[in-house]
Design a binder for this molecule. Structure first.
Ligand code: BT5
Length: 274
């Protein structure tokens, strides 16, 4: 077995292309790329999409040297303990007017996979952080590759903290972080979990325009009826109570003056108050 010592001193199994292909057998991928190390699977995914990728092209990395979150933030991946991957999707004409739903798709697929794999409850912090017991265990970054008026593809990047050693130290994260293994006695194995998430993604990808999709997402929405603040990153902020999510993925808040307002997925960051 190909083993390495991870930084927390545990023996962990490293990924390689053969093990990956074997674990994902039978799922309908376009192509599968495996990187022992790359800058960011989303960066590589955007380049591959620009050259013309097939639907469901998958990129998986053991190490990312420039893993990124939304708005230029950093994403930390621990080799041997985390998962970092991106899936290239090619939205249909009808889906192009609902692109923000692709972002929610990633969060919902991770929630479903965790629930089935470990029989524990999950929540989504709008738009798509996956929470276990109020702490972030996965982040999603959906980026579009446009060529003029043409959409070459959506690159759906997912980072998940799975095993001990995958959670960054508290001082390095904006929001409390955790890893799946800390919440379940079920032994978490990276490749079988990756397969579980990808199977959910592929199934849910067909359903993003259905009413049930948003209903299922909303059932897992964190902070419903609780006060939160949305920050734009440019100094603007809005406070209100979370009411739910609209069919197009916008967050509904009841503002202090009693009116209801909706906020698009994009530049906003949600923080619970208190
Ligand atoms: C996200 O952004 O949560 C999206 C993360 C997407 C990562 C995947 S990995 C595969 C693909 N390739 C990439 O380069 N990216 C994608 P955001 O909501 O902006 O959250 C980023 C913030 O999360 C950072 O500023 C940190 O505070 C925190 N953070 C970083 N690494 C973390 C981790 N491993 N666990 C929990 N929080 C983390």
């Amino acid at each position: 077995m190909n083993c390495e010592i991870s930084y927390n001193g545990r023996m962990t199994e490293t990924l390689n292309a053969e093990k990956l292909k074997e674990a994902l057998q039978g799922l309908p991928f376009g192509r599968i790329y495996f990187f022992e190390e790359t800058d960011s699977t989303n960066e590589q995914g955007l380049e591959i999409a620009a050259r013309g990728a097939e639907e469901l092209t998958l990129l998986v990395a053991e190490r990312q040297t420039a893993g990124r979150g939304r708005l230029g933030r950093k994403w930390v991946t621990a080799p041997g303990a985390s998962l970092a991957f991106s899936l290239i999707l090619k939205p249909s004409k009808a889906e192009i007017s609902h692109l923000s739903l692709f972002s929610l798709l990633g969060g919902l697929a991770v929630c479903r996979a965790i629930e089935n794999y470990a029989q524990i409850a999950t929540q989504v912090k709008w738009p798509n952080d996956v929470l276990l017991n109020g702490m972030k265990t996965a982040g999603i970054l959906a980026e579009s590759c446009w060529q003029g008026e043409q959409l070459a593809g959506v690159v759906l990047g997912i980072g998940i903290n799975l095993l001990a050693g995958s959670t960054p130290p508290a001082g390095e994260v904006l929001y409390p972080a955790t890893c799946l293994q800390d919440h379940t006695p079920v032994k978490v194995e990276r490749l079988s979990f990756l397969r579980a998430v990808l199977a959910q993604l592929i199934a849910l990808r067909q359903q993003i325009m259905d009413e049930n999709f948003i209903q299922e997402y909303t059932r897992r929405l964190a902070f419903v009826n609780q006060p939160v603040t949305l920050n734009s990153g440019q100094g603007d902020s809005w406070s209100g109570v979370v009411l739910g999510v609209r069919a197009d993925g916008q967050l509904r808040l009841r503002l202090a003056d009693g009116t209801e307002a909706s906020f698009p997925i994009g530049e906003l960051r949600l923080k619970p108050e208190g």
